[in-house]
Design a binder for this molecule. Structure first.
Ligand code: SF4
Length: 71
């Protein structure tokens, strides 16, 4: 099973890098805060790790079987 993904909306600075990297999976909500689309197809785990590491505010959280993944 792939990583579980979430975005901490309090930390997102709306830079849009995640959305540019995985459009349709990461989306902006009405306040231009990134969120994970519930029906989006997730990228593979290595891609998710790369996207999470490139988030300028560290807002993207990954976990595996409920345990946080080091980013
Ligand atoms: S890359 Fe990070 S800061 Fe930029 S929109 Fe995505 S979650 Fe927000």
């Amino acid at each position: 099973m792939g990583y579980e993904v979430s975005v901490d909306g309090d930390e997102c600075v709306s830079a849009g890098k995640c959305i540019a990297s995985a459009p349709g999976f990461f989306v902006f909500d009405d306040d231009e805060i990134a969120a994970v689309h519930p029906a989006g197809t997730p990228p593979d785990d290595q891609t998710l790790l790369r996207i999470a590491r490139s988030c300028p505010s560290g807002a993207i959280r990954l976990s595996s079987n409920g345990a946080p993944v080091d980013i």
